[in-house]
Ligand binder design. Structure first.
Ligand code: CP
Length: 309
């Protein structure tokens, strides 16, 4: 009921409602106000794959709203002894009120949701989806541009395995975005996703070249080439450093263009971009806190007040 597995679980109207709720919760996310909306609730924070931002921002979100957090990772749990995902989820069902799951296997979040009664939030399933990231991405885009409608968005890097781009592209085309998908041939957005985007009426340009599209972009969404997803290291090495965005590449960019990145970055985004007015990726990572607060409230059926004092 309160699950969030892919962006298909939310209507456009619900997306806007959640972003509005996240905006209301900003003072709490910053620690400037306290509102224990989730007091007495327990979050199972289940990470079968590494994370810094998603894990910590969910934990911060829960704690800032007065809730408790149980953390589980593969190291230090009975997952390392071979316990199945199904059995692990039965434990989580008994110990917590809502759970966040990140797993290297595509489909693991849906499998988990089907195995339990508590709401499940997908925090990244292999090369599948990352809808809570999409919600904070949309929050960041709306914060900068005032609207989600009709933007010109470039997505750059690993579009094949990049679950953040899979979920975000789907959401953006529902708001009329025009997408420029920049990747090496071997890391193109999967054909079934491109077909789905086109079926929503999206205008899509697929290219291997990054620089010429910068001047018309409202958003550049950089992504890391994900070494851990490649079956063969030689294949990774062929494309590892194919895109490197540098501050000197931005001279023709629109003033209001923003650069985003789900992070972590490797070499694709030079630190000299950090001090430009375009860089929004650290703000984007912070925005995970209010957005995930709103998503936890949605999952648990807790209404967010229209105003926080
Ligand atoms: N953006 C993101 O998912 O970062 P983490 O892998 O650190 O959670």
């Amino acid at each position: 009921m309160g699950d969030l597995i892919t962006m298909d679980d939310l209507t456009n109207e619900e997306i806007i409602q959640i972003l509005d709720a996240a905006n209301t919760l900003l003072p709490i996310a910053r620690g400037e106000a306290y509102l224990p909306l989730l007091q007495g609730k327990v979050l199972g924070n289940l990470f079968f794959e590494n994370s810094t931002r998603t894990r910590m921002s969910f934990e911060t979100a829960m704690k800032r709203l007065g809730g408790e957090v149980l953390n589980l990772s593969t190291i230090g749990s009975s997952v390392a002894k071979g316990e199945t995902l199904y059995d692990t989820m039965q434990m989580v069902d008994g110990y917590s009120d809502i759970a966040v799951i990140r797993h290297p296997r595509q489909g693991a979040a849906q499998y988990s949701a089907d195995a339990v009664n508590i709401p499940i939030l997908n925090a990244g399933d292999g090369a599948g989806n990352h809808p809570t990231q999409t919600m904070l991405d949309l929050f960041t885009i709306r914060e900068a541009h005032g609207s989600l409608e009709g933007l010109n968005v470039m997505m750059v890097g690993d579009l094949r395995y990049g679950r953040t781009t899979h979920s975000l592209s789907h959401a953006l085309v529902r708001f009329g975005a025009k997408l420029t998908l920049v990747s090496p041939k071997s890391l193109k957005m999967p054909i079934e996703i491109v077909s789905d985007l086109k079926s929503h009426g999206a205008e899509i340009n697929e290219t291997e070249e990054m620089i010429s599209s910068i001047s018309s972009a409202d958003v550049i969404y950089m992504t890391r080439i994900q070494k851990e997803r490649f079956p063969d290291e030689d294949e990774y090495n062929k494309v590892a450093d194919v895109y490197k965005l540098d501050a000197s590449d931005l001279v023709e960019a629109k003033n209001e263009m923003i650069i985003m990145h789900p992070l972590p970055r490797v070499n694709e985004l030079h630190p000299n971009v950090d001090s430009t007015e375009h860089a929004k990726y650290f703000q984007q990572a912070f925005n995970g806190v209010p957005t995930r607060m709103a998503l936890l409230c949605r999952g648990l059926g807790i209404e967010v007040p229209k105003k926080v004092k």
